[in-house]
Design a protein around this ligand. Structure first.
Ligand SMILES: [Zn+2]
Length: 173
């Protein structure tokens, strides 16, 4: 998963990309759903270019791994989001890490495996279709070398201000 060129303070939008096992080029994946399907089977069925229509390993990469975007790299084999649920991963303001949560069809937010287990206990109507194994709170790794340089500088300055004033100006959300 790649975070596109969002400016500081603006909303980040996601671009999904996967790396071909054969040629190591990155291919853009149009939707979160398709991306999640590839990710869920990443170990037993690794992605190769020709799984994408009309693309082969000889074609140029769709996107390059560089610092023009901030990259976050997903762990393989995260289960597909259960139907009707929404899985969101949010980058912390200080770029330190991402947090994952699910939104249930009822609009309830689940922030941990414990909350997911409690939700399933309280909603036996899902017992036939989903289990706790369908939830994963594993988040992608933020690739530090792709964090915007001007942001890193700003972060450094703010950390100094925090030290001087002894106040917490900057914290994880
Ligand atoms: Zn390839």
């Amino acid at each position: 998963m790649v975070l596109s060129n969002g400016k500081l303070g603006a909303c980040w939008s996601y671009v999904y990309a996967v790396q071909c096992k054969e040629c190591l080029k990155w291919r853009r994946i149009p939707t979160q759903e398709v991306f999640e399907g590839i990710r869920a089977n990443a170990t037993k069925d690794p992605f190769v270019c020709n799984k994408k229509l009309e693309v082969t390993c000889d074609d140029p990469a769709d996107i390059e791994y560089d610092s023009s975007r901030t990259w976050v790299i997903d762990k393989p084999d995260v289960p597909k989001t259960p139907p009707g649920f929404i899985r969101e991963v949010i980058l912390r303001k200080d770029f330190s890490k991402m947090d994952a949560h699910y939104i249930t069809p009822e609009g309830k937010r689940l922030r941990s495996s414990v909350e997911a287990a409690t939700f399933l206990e309280e909603h036996p109507e899902y017992n036939q279709t989903i289990s706790i194994a369908d939830f994963s709170f594993i988040t992608p790794k933020v690739m530090s070398e792709t964090i915007p340089k001007d942001y890193v500088r700003k972060l450094g300055i703010e950390k100094k201000i925090v030290k001087q004033n002894g106040k917490k100006l900057f914290g994880s959300a």
